[in-house]
Write a protein that binds this ligand. Sequence first.
Ligand code: FES
Length: 106
Amino acid sequence: MTLFVRVCGLGELEEDTPKRVELDGTPISVVRTEGEVFAINDICSHANVSLSEGEVDDCHIECWLHGSRFDLRSGKPDALPATRPVPVYPVKIEGDDVLVSLTQES
Ligand code: FES
């Protein structure tokens, strides 16, 4: 069974402004963009930096350190230096609650 847990309120999310949350010790960047909400692991796959401090554009989040951009739908990087994907997680919206499951989507 997939367990969804509330991580924040929908009203706390500003468009294109990532919010860092923790779920069972896992840092997650929650992003509201283009009418959807995405959850991606907050640690860049290239080095140990927080993706939630980066910019969001065109359904991607950009690592502020070296500029790799990760697709919020798949976690895959579309530019070097990162070569490995970052885990992404299923999101459910229930009323004003944003729920995330640590089950990995890809
Ligand atoms: S630390 Fe993220 S691209 Fe290098």
